[in-house]
Design a protein around this ligand. Structure first.
Ligand SMILES: Nc1ncnc2c1ncn2[C@@H]1O[C@H](COP(=O)(O)OP(=O)(O)O)[C@@H](O)[C@H]1O
Ligand SMILES: [Mg+2]
Length: 412
């Protein structure tokens, strides 16, 4: 796609934490994090849980907070991605790995960290450092038992160079939260630190969905009390406008007001979707002015992109039956925005389809494509872009005239 289009680099990062310069909004949440950091600096350890659904911006906020707190609050930030971690030994080794690889402002701090953990540093590489994983893994269980002393020692080593505390971000806890050990581990670290003579100035930050937080509490109820929950909700329209304006401006592109409205309407506050749409618009536009057709092309492109990745894999695969598919198609052709009445759709179904409609709706809810609306018998699409994809899939294969050329390949 990128090829030789004469375009520079896209300022959009679908699926990656957003770079600090394009980070938008989240002022309330940042304020709460900064407040917690202030407490930590005054000697009172804090624990925050950034809660929000997939793609809402947890990792991005954590990464942004890390940079901010490093600069303004003198905290040493370590961002640990726990995807793939199975037990607490993995949590410890991944923390050590992230510590060694942490990109810290002051080079002297990086150097001291590497000296402290020299035993796990492998061969020098041109960019960054390599890790002696064999050795690290062998020490995993011991490291997990001595987790707090590890953090204490780490801070002691770098303190004279500035850091007055540690921000430890444990991100992507999906897998590990299923292991009951993890909840106990977290609780123990926090308790040990609170009751010790001299607590480590630690801001512990977990990132996960509400379901995962519930998992942890299910495994060990006291976990609920140690965390302050920071909710991450869909972005507001001004937040989205702020983001798009800045991102497009950075590559010399302007967005016309009606086009901006369309982008925001379909992104509907979901940062992940916002970036996918932005990226599609970036590549579709030819004259550095984003007008309505550009916006439409971007929205349709994004619907296909997200549809292929998410809807095809989860929804169409899960709904293999012919009747389900035909219901889905009728749902795609029905005229509504994102909310519909069950009874309205039911009218257009065959008797066999009607018999399966309840089941269909339940499954779509479980797949988090639909949720119940406020009115009785009302259902709402969780994502407008997913709704659009289903609409696009229900169109006859020949490309309708009014579709912009960018999607003329839809039948192939
Ligand atoms: N505050 C923000 N400003 C701009 N883009 C954001 C913001 N938060 C998230 N994003 C973007 O949204 C997408 C999902 O963000 P991410 O932080 O990975 O979400 P999560 O960790 O909740 O799954 C990424 O493409 C990221 O670049
Ligand atoms: Mg994330």
């Amino acid at each position: 796609m990128q090829g030789d289009t004469g375009k520079g680099r896209s300022p959009f990062y679908p699926g990656q934490p957003v770079p600090v310069e394009f980070f938008a909004g989240r002022r309330d949440q940042i304020e709460r994090i900064v407040r917690a950091a202030g407490q930590v600096r005054n000697g009172k350890p804090q624990a925050l849980f950034l809660v929000g659904e997939y793609g809402i911006g947890k990792s991005s906020l954590a990464a942004y907070a890390r940079r901010l707190l490093e600069k303004d609050c003198a905290l040493l930030g370590i961002h640990v991605f726990l995807g793939g971690a199975k037990d607490v030994a993995d949590v410890a080794t991944k923390t050590v790995e992230a510590t060694i690889k942490a990109r810290v402002y002051q080079p002297t701090v990086s150097e001291k960290i590497r000296n402290f953990l020299a035993k796990y540093v492998g061969q020098p590489e041109v960019f960054g450092v390599s890790i002696d994983f064999e050795r690290l893994r062998a020490d995993g269980p011991g490291l997990s038992r001595g987790f707090l002393p590890f953090l204490r020692e780490l801070l002691a080593r770098v303190r004279e160079d500035g850091p007055a505390g540690i921000l430890l971000i444990l991100d992507e806890i999906n897998g590990i939260s299923a292991n009951p050990e993890f909840a106990h581990f977290i609780k123990t670290v926090v308790d040990e630190n609170a009751t010790g003579d001299e607590p480590v100035p630690l801001l512990l930050m977990l990132c996960g969905t509400e379901e995962r937080r519930r998992d942890l509490i299910g495994h060990h109820p006291p976990v609920e009390r140690i965390f302050d929950v920071v909710d991450i909700a869909p972005m507001t329209e001004p937040e989205m406008v702020g983001f798009y304006t800045k991102a497009f401006e950075s590559v010399g592109m302007a967005v016309l007001p009606d086009a901006m409205k369309r982008l925001c309407h379909y992104a509907a506050g979901f940062p992940r979707v916002m970036h996918t749409i932005g990226d599609e618009v970036f590549w579709a536009d030819r004259d550095s002015v984003v007008d309505l057709p550009d916006a439409t092309a971007g929205v349709i492109g994004a619907a296909r992109e997200i549809g292929r990745k998410f809807v095809d894999a989860q929804v169409y695969q899960a709904l293999m039956s012919k009747d389900y598919r035909s219901i889905l198609e009728k749902l795609g052709r029905a005229q509504f925005d994102i909310a519909f009445k069950k009874a309205d759709i039911e009218q257009g179904l065959t008797p066999t389809e009607q018999g399966k409609f309840d089941n269909f709706l339940q499954r779509m809810k479980r797949l988090q494509v639909l949720r119940s609306g406020d009115a009785k018998g009302e259902y709402v699409f969780c994502s407008r872009i997913v709704r659009l994809y289903i609409v696009l899939n229900s169109l006859p294969p020949s490309s309708p005239e009014d579709e912009p050329p960018v999607v003329s390949d839809r039948a192939s």
